[in-house]
Design a protein. Sequence first.
Length: 168
Amino acid sequence: MSCTKVKSFRFPNLWVLLMLFMVFNSNSLFSQVRISEKFVNTPLIESLDLLSKKYGVKLAYDNAAVSEVVVSVNLKRETIDGALKKLLSGAGLDVVKINDVYVLKKQPPKPVADEKVNNVVGIVRDRISGESLPYASVRVLGAQTGTSTNTDGFFSIQQGVDDSISIR
């Protein structure tokens, strides 16, 4: 009777290599750069240059947009995103990450709140007969707002909020 041995083939060396790879690359795989800096009345452009040189942050921005901005902020173990948000708060700038580059751009203007509008309605009548006047012109004095009456002499005109409105 012959007995054949089947050898199980294991890769212990492969596991060791994989574990070593994980240990040596754990810093780049599992952690982010933490920024600890203090800026007191520092031009934003200098702060951004320091982040770029010291922490390897890739930045793109318009010099004219950041040249007049001065920042005062204390960063303690902030991520790159957090540090940039704190630096740019109140500066009128936003940051967008595109691939590995942080792009600084001006914030879009905030929408202006709608001005309240008065709706003035009425009927234009003849002073003597009291009949309604169809297709009469109506305008707000001192403004470039106007309309015409309908077939029944009725009109509706919108005007900004004022204490009084004179129409003719």
